[in-house]
Design a protein around this ligand. Structure first.
Ligand code: FMN
Length: 416
């Protein structure tokens, strides 16, 4: 939980310490690793990197492996278009992320951990580096973490500028000094990750939640958010709102509250046509569904997703064909080329959307999309293969008039 307004976080060790920083760690080393695992499990915290996997379960899986060498990775690769929350967090709350990482390492018995930082985030990397130096000097890190006898080294790894480079198995490969390519799973990183050893990979925001859970307890954490998905979440509000930026809000608030109360509504004064609530792989939610709760299940029921909370608000003056074409091109460019089905599928989708956008398409082409989705299902080393379908299929279903106009006229029904 972020107790201060974003942008004014406790950046130095002393500032962080003054507001209770590292108290969770010093307390945890007296109660033992199991108590950390139990508290995280009881909190119900889900990962904030996009998939929402239960954090306590992931840590317990890694901790239960027979291999004694284990690793932890904080994922700050943040290549998701429209997302800026990990950057703000690393720049403003470096010690909070670090303390969460230390608690995870202590809990699962890892003696080496990494912060994987988007290589264009220079300030974020220097903030994390300073935090590591300060925490080491203060005895929170190094040979004897907070007097526990547990040794831990934390290093920074620059994340290459490719979308798949922040997928967990690709990030692990980069740390191993290899190419940023996802690999087939299972085995999952919790069983065989970095150097083949059990590895926990969590988003940096996920780690930032841990100190408060340990200090204030799982019940306190569960007082916000929903039963299935407790706590608060960072949402990135887009540039076309009156108040763009990163906000922290309880999971389960309505999409309307997020856009209107937190974001101030559309700056143009236009009506909302649709919203992609969770990044470029989330399905479109129409203006009539803005009361939907920002949580996994209600959004899934609308064929959309919470993802990492990077919103895109589509205005009534915009054409979904143009938007969906740029999304299809993005996935085609970012498909790493390892899996033939993914390459074939993303190429085909990009061809379909660009043909329709430029007036060379047909309804028969649109009818191919669900067939491609069925063909690709369950294939591919990583999730990218399935990512283009929710936005495309919802856009086709919800805005047939935009597609029909492009097929007939090769232009937008609503040019800006
Ligand atoms: C193509 C692709 C890109 C991803 N990009 C990110 C990313 O930028 N940041 C992130 O934390 N997770 C990303 N993930 C998810 C990670 O693989 C992993 O699930 C996540 O880091 C786990 O953290 P969490 O459980 O705390 O959410 C990506 C996954 C895929 C398939």
């Amino acid at each position: 939980m972020l107790t201060k307004q974003l942008g004014t976080g406790p950046q130095t060790f002393d500032e962080y310490r003054a507001e209770g920083g590292y108290e969770a760690l010093t307390k945890a080393v007296t109660t033992g690793p199991l108590s950390v695992l139990e508290a995280v499990q009881a909190s119900g915290l889900r990962g904030r990197g996009g998939a929402g996997f239960p954090v306590g379960l992931k840590w317990s899986l890694a901790a239960s492996q027979v291999e004694a060498t284990r690793y932890v990775v904080a994922n700050g690769g943040e290549d998701e278009p429209g997302s800026r929350k990990d950057r703000i967090l690393m720049e403003d709350y470096p010690h909070r992320i670090l303390e969460g990482l230390l608690l995870a390492s202590y809990a699962i018995g890892a003696e080496e951990a990494f912060v994987y930082v988007n290589s264009t985030y220079e300030h974020a990397a220097s903030q994390i580096e300073r935090a590591i130096g300060e925490a080491t000097e203060a005895g929170m890190l190094g040979e004897n973490v907070a007097g526990s006898g547990h040794p831990l080294q934390v290093r920074i790894q620059a994340a290459p500028q490719q979308y798949v480079a922040s997928e967990d198995s690709a990030a692990i490969r980069v740390i191993e000094g290899r190419e940023p390519l996802p690999r087939q799973k299972p085995p999952f990183p919790t069983t065989a990750g970095l150097h083949g050893k059990p590895t926990v990979v969590n988003n940096v925001e996920t780690f930032a939640n841990i100190p408060a859970i340990l200090l204030r307890g799982a019940d306190w954490f569960r007082r916000q958010g929903t039963e299935d998905n407790p706590g608060t979440m960072l949402f990135t509000l887009p540039a076309n709102l009156r108040r763009p930026g990163v906000v922290e809000a309880p999971i389960g608030l309505s999409l309307r509250e997020l856009i209107e109360e937190h974001g101030g509504g559309l700056a143009s004064g236009n009506a909302v046509k649709a919203v992609m609530p969770g990044g470029p792989s989330s399905g479109l939610v129409t203006a009539t569904d803005l009361e939907v709760r920002m949580d996994r299940q209600p959004l899934t029921a609308l064929s959309s997703a919470l993802g990492c909370g990077a919103l895109r608000v589509i205005e009534e003056s915009e054409c979904v064909v143009e938007i969906l074409d740029s999304i299809a091109q993005f996935f085609q460019e970012e498909s790493c080329g390892q899996c033939p089905t993914c390459q074939m599928e993303t190429n085909a989708l990009a061809r379909i959307t660009s043909s329709i956008r430029t007036g060379r398409g047909s309804q028969a082409m649109l009818d191919q999309i669900p067939k491609l989705a069925a063909f690709s299902q369950g294939k591919g080393f990583c999730g990218l293969i399935s990512m283009p379908f929710p936005p495309l299929m919802t856009a086709v279903r919800l805005f047939p008039e935009d597609w029909a106009y492009h097929i007939e006229h090769g232009a937008c029904p609503s040019p800006r």
